[in-house]
Design a binder for this molecule. Structure first.
Ligand SMILES: Nc1ncnc2c1ncn2[C@@H]1O[C@H](COP(=O)(O)OP(=O)(O)OP(=O)(O)O)[C@@H](O)[C@H]1O
Ligand SMILES: [Mg+2]
Length: 350
């Protein structure tokens, strides 16, 4: 007799402005393990901020990434971020069906700065506590046309988006599942992408707030390209620190630092806003993820500019994996890049 092993895995698909990241995690009794992983770079202008400028190229690259990693993948957990996206986490009385939807809609109305009629909601019950009859809900609300455009793109890749999450909550999920949380510390999880930087704050061991800053490493990319007169391919190599033999490192450092002003002041402003809105007057440390964590000189510079100790995130810290799966990628090096996709793949999608 054959025993069919019930598959209990989730695929996180992180479609970013510079690359697509895919992580498939098996959810086992003893924790998570990676069963597929892949990263595929996009042409430089295919996605700019939240806009798909070259839809065909994005679809082609998502499909190619699926073919390379695991062609059987159908169900994916995806995320959105940036303008017009509201995310929150809250606890309400345990309800199901239309009653739950009504209660969640009510909660959203309290939070949305725009008319909820224009908004699509997706929610996900993260935890239920039968003893006190409460449930914790993750809410993602986005403008209808934006969400529709995004989901149609995923469906046109032949995939089924089973959960729509947000980048900020994926980061939080990856963090909570990998680190022992010190309730005495005010933590800022900062995920620097190509166009967007997501900041998620934790204090007293709990989620406090989240904010997206519309700036990322694109300015650095453009400055390197201009300064060293490089084509897109070589610019990508330089920003990854892979051109240390061919370009002057002092000049690279100066170029990176001088093009980081918008990003660092964006983070600085977000930090002061957070401090003014909460009774907490400090941020004790930053856990840095996203491609920005891998740009040479950037983490050290941010640490000194912001005056906050900083550590690189390792979303694979508590996860089993076979390094062979990563092929040419070095897992311990590129881990910060996978924070969103790992956080998405940690969702229970059914
Ligand atoms: N080893 C690396 N691999 C990939 N990207 C890197 C690496 N080192 C530095 N980077 C830089 O990090 C940036 C990409 O970061 P990330 O993948 O987090 O962004 P994204 O998710 O594509 O964008 P966004 O979240 O803004 O839509 C790029 O500008 C890239 O050049
Ligand atoms: Mg990203």
């Amino acid at each position: 007799m054959l025993f069919s092993r019930r598959s209990n895995s989730t695929v996180g698909l992180d479609v970013g402005a510079s690359s697509i990241k895919l992580v498939k995690l098996d959810h086992g009794k003893n924790g998570f393990s990676v069963s597929a992983i892949g990263i595929r770079e996009l042409p430089p202008e295919a996605i700019v901020a939240d806009e798909f400028r070259d839809r065909e190229a994005v679809i082609f690259n998502i499909q190619s990434l699926i073919d390379q990693t695991d062609p059987k993948i159908k169900d994916v957990v995806v995320s959105i971020s940036g303008h017009g996206v509201i995310t929150d986490k809250f606890v309400i009385d345990k309800k199901t069906g239309p009653e739950a939807e009504q209660a969640i809609l009510f909660e959203t109305e309290q939070r949305a700065p725009f008319d909820v009629d224009d908004v699509s909601l997706d929610y996900h019950v993260i935890k239920t506590d039968d003893e006190i009859n409460k449930m914790e809900v993750l809410l993602v609300a986005a403008r209808k046309e934006y969400l529709k455009m995004y989901l149609e793109l995923i469906e046109d890749c032949g995939l089924r988006p089973v959960v729509v999450d947000s980048d900020a909550f994926a980061i939080l999920n990856a963090y909570e599942n990998n680190y022992d949380i010190d309730p005495a510390k005010v933590t800022a999880l900062v995920n620097i992408g190509h166009d967007v930087t997501n900041i998620t704050y934790m204090a007293e061991g709990l989620f406090k707030a989240t904010r997206d800053v519309s700036s990322g490493t694109r300015e650095i990319y453009t400055a390197i390209q201009r300064e060293f007169r490089l084509n897109p391919e070589l610019t990508q190599k330089a920003i990854k620190g892979e051109m240390s033999d061919t370009i002057d490192q002092d000049m690279l450092k100066a170029t990176i630092i001088s093009s980081t002003e918008e990003l660092s002041s964006g983070i600085e402003l977000a930090f002061s806003y957070f401090k003014s809105q909460t009774k907490l007057d400090r941020i004790d440390w930053i856990v840095l993820s996203g491609g920005g964590a891998l740009v040479p000189y950037l983490p050290e510079y941010l640490q000194s500019k912001l005056g906050v100790p900083l550590e690189l995130a390792n979303p694979l810290r508590n996860i089993d994996y076979d390094p062979e799966l990563f092929q040419y990628l070095q897992p311990e090096k590129i881990a910060p890049l996978l924070a969103v996709s790992v956080g998405l793949a940690m969702r229970k999608a059914r």
